[in-house]
Design a protein around this ligand. Structure first.
Ligand code: COA
Length: 332
């Protein structure tokens, strides 16, 4: 039955965001703590990145464990039982195992017997890629209730001999429950997603090796200057693509919730779009770059502290190793 009795408009089947959850590891590491271990300073990190602290996972806090915790919170927030889930899509570059997918461990932990689960590997853009897949599956009628989770333990792939990268990342998980709803055009839900990759830039941000290449270090490697150079332009173009698709301008957007890599990248994109800083959600100071988890963590934060409200128009954007990048426009 329609939730919108009396509406004259035809209703559209949309993926609506009905619950958010988060998990942050117990161990908080400040810049000052890190400078005991690495040749760096609070001043350098804060000035170049806006990061003041990050959470580092303990051995028991795996990507799967943190994802399940975040997922439970998202389900609780929506008042939905795990048995109602049709799918669990988990974005991570730091899975518990090469296979099975970490998503199936989450499925088991939740007791989500009916759900299928799989992982997405799109580095820091993983949550937006996951949203896009969930949106398509919901619109097509294949599923009704989907968890999209980003969960990362980058502390396990950081080279603490490389001060140019190890100060930038943190661990954590964020989860979003998407549910099919029939809504009018002006109603809630994902309006569109826009995904991109450029594999010719794979060598500016990557993890050196995997289970198929055991002779490599397994550490994250980055050419920070090159990533920075591409990030602002590609992110602004992904955001513009989303706006153009709906004949909107930046003025119509209530909140930009960007991937939290670096304060200077976030400010650069905001400036390019003419978005005032009061409409941009920032959590990089407290979480650092948690890769695929950063957007759902930032969303969770801003919804829970009352900044983001029902009915508002929200633009998400991310860029990461691949390069991969993209945007998503949704109404809460
Ligand atoms: N503490 C202190 N000094 C550091 C340091 C640290 N953690 N890391 C690097 N430095 C030093 C360098 O050794 C260099 O010193 P030198 O001039 O004596 O050689 C100096 O700082 C400048 O290094 P550089 O790498 O050129 O700095 P930068 O201004 O490019 O800033 C980043 C480095 C990583 C902050 C910046 O390039 C960046 O933000 N890139 C984007 C990274 C990102 O967000 N990636 C994730 C995308 S998903």
């Amino acid at each position: 039955m329609s939730q919108y009795p009396g509406t004259a408009e035809p209703l559209l089947r949309r993926a609506t965001l009905t619950g958010l959850g988060h998990y942050l590891p117990r161990n908080i590491v400040s810049n000052a703590d890190l400078s005991q271990r690495v040749d760096t300073s609070d001043e350098w990190i804060t000035e170049r990145t806006g990061i003041r602290q990050r959470h580092f996972a303990s051995p028991d806090e795996t990507a799967g464990f943190m994802a399940a915790q975040a997922a439970r919170e998202a389900l609780k927030a929506a008042g939905v039982e795990a048995q109602a889930l049709d799918a669990i899509i988990l974005a991570t570059s730091t899975p518990d195992q090469a296979f099975p997918a970490t998503a199936v461990h989450v499925q088991a932990a939740l007791g989500a017997k009916r759900a299928f689960g799989f992982d997405i590997s799109a580095a820091c853009s993983g949550f937006i890629f996951g949203l896009s897949v969930a949106d398509s599956m919901i619109r097509s009628g294949q599923v009704n209730n989907v968890l999209v989770i980003g969960s990362e333990v980058y502390s396990r792939i950081l080279n603490f001999e490389d001060r140019g990268t190890c100060v930038l990342f943190g661990d954590g998980a964020g989860a979003a429950l998407l549910q099919a709803r029939d809504v009018p055009r002006s109603g809630p839900g994902i309006l569109s997603t826009h995904l991109h990759s450029d594999g010719t830039l794979a060598d500016i941000l990557y993890v050196d090796g995997a289970v198929g290449q055991r002779d490599k270090s397994g550490f994250l490697v980055m050419n920070g200057r090159e990533v920075f150079r591409h990030a602002v332009n590609l992110l602004a173009s992904a955001v513009n693509e989303a706006l153009l698709a709906h004949d909107l301008t930046a003025k119509d957007i209530d909140w930009l919730v960007p991937h939290q890599a670096n304060r200077r990248i976030i400010d650069g994109v905001g400036k390019k779009l003419g978005l005032p800083p009061e409409r941009v959600v920032i959590t990089v100071d407290a979480h650092a770059n948690t890769s695929a988890a950063s957007i759902p963590l930032a969303l969770w934060q801003a919804v829970n502290d009352g900044r983001i409200k029902a009915g508002q128009l929200i633009l998400l954007e991310a860029l990461g190793g691949g390069l991969t990048w993209g945007s998503a426009l949704l109404r809460l």
